[in-house]
Design a protein around this ligand. Structure first.
Ligand SMILES: *Cc1c(COP(=O)(O)O)cnc(C)c1O
Length: 359
């Protein structure tokens, strides 16, 4: 007997398929492939190595950037929130890492640093999301300071971020694009605005650099559309049935007995739980794929297990493979049942989940 426990099957062919599809959607742009949060749970170094042609990689923490350099990745790497400590500037310079600048503290730290080599800088402007970025009226001051500093490699890149790009009818996006155009019109600099949803829905946001994350991993960023033509999921999360038993009508299943069977049926237990990153808030009825059919999750998600209702006629056996999401069952759908977004499910994959590369 060998039962499979939680395993993320990673299909790197799907990854390069998605990369080429994205390039075809935005043919005249460079691609900054976003790898933050352990490559959205797919493995930071693994994903970077599988995208040898990416024009740059984007990460959120300096540790992620250093892990990539330690793994021998030589492509440009950009810290998407910039650095968080003055001491980091020397590390950025020594490891040829690029940084975003979005506040006065970062600007001052760069200008006052003593560097052997200038840094590549992306200047982030807030065009309406009101999370990170300098205010539009600070642009001239920041640009002048950066363009006059010996510590900054010229030219810089201008960037901003879209807050509502996944909603095709939301007028916030054309407003952000218009403001970004207006602010950047007087600079002949490279520009970057689009995340995955921008790549799909807003061609005017492509400019010289697109910044796809989720779409690279084969997942749709659009809540209304779980299928993007040609995009293939990179991660398929699987485990197996470790118990198959019958219960009678009226019997309950799982912690606190929250689910009660209305009929005699067969209950399967799958070796996956919130300890693996399967969402504890997945509700009754969340689909699980077993032997080619969708069966409903029942009762509470435990740390190491979930239960499913296999039905009275079930022929499923201990050891049969269960797919929690990926090929055949979009993670976008599972996310809805867990009242979250696919981003969170992917990057919550925990350390004990085995990784297997698809052939
Ligand atoms: C995470 C991130 C992205 C990628 O977003 P997706 O929706 O996954 O494509 C792009 N740009 C910035 C600044 C980010 O932080």
């Amino acid at each position: 007997m060998t039962l499979r426990t939680a395993t993320a099957v990673i299909d790197l062919h799907a990854l390069s398929n998605n990369y080429h599809l994205i390039q075809a959607i935005a043919p005249d742009t460079k691609v900054l492939a976003v790898l933050k949060a352990n490559g959205y749970g797919h493995g930071l170094e693994r994903i970077a190595k599988a995208l040898p042609n990416a024009d740059a990689f984007g990460v959120a923490r300096i540790d992620e950037a250093l892990a990539l350099r330690a793994a021998g990745i030589e492509r440009p790497i950009v810290l998407l929130e910039g650095f968080f400590a003055t001491e980091d500037i020397a590390i950025l310079a020594a490891n040829n890492l690029q940084t975003i600048v979005h506040n006065e503290q970062q600007l001052d730290a760069i200008i006052n640093a003593k560097l052997a080599k200038p840094l590549n800088v992306w200047l982030k402007i807030d065009t309406g999301m009101h999370r990170l970025g300098i205010n539009p009226e600070q642009l001239t001051q920041f640009y002048q300071a950066l363009s006059q500093s010996e510590n900054v490699q010229q030219p810089i890149v201008l960037m901003s971020h879209l807050g509502c790009a996944d909603e095709s009818k939301n007028l916030a996006t054309p407003k952000q694009i218009a403001l970004f155009n207006e602010l950047s019109a007087n600079f002949s600099l490279e520009k970057s605005l689009a995340n995955s949803a921008g790549v799909l829905l807003w061609p005017q946001s492509h400019y010289q650099w697109i910044r796809p994350g989720l779409l690279l991993y084969g997942v749709s960023p659009l809540p209304s559309q779980t299928k993007v033509e040609g995009i293939v999921p990179v991660m398929t999360l699987q485990s197996s049935l470790i118990s198959v038993r019958t219960i009678a009508a009226g019997e309950c299943v799982g912690y606190s007995g929250t689910w009660v069977s209305e009929r005699n049926t067969t209950i399967g237990v799958v070796a996956i739980g919130y300890g693996d990153g399967y969402p504890r808030h997945a509700s009754n009825g969340t689909p699980v794929l077993i032997n080619g059919r969708r069966v409903p999750l029942i009762g509470r998600v435990s740390m190491d297990m979930i239960s499913v209702d296999l039905g009275a006629q079930s022929k499923d056996k201990v050891g049969d493979i269960a797919t929690l999401w990926g090929k055949g069952l979009p993670v976008e759908e599972v996310a809805e049942f867990a009242t979250t977004i696919p981003y969170e499910l992917l990057c919550n994959i925990s350390r004990r989940v085995h990784i297997q590369l698809a052939k």
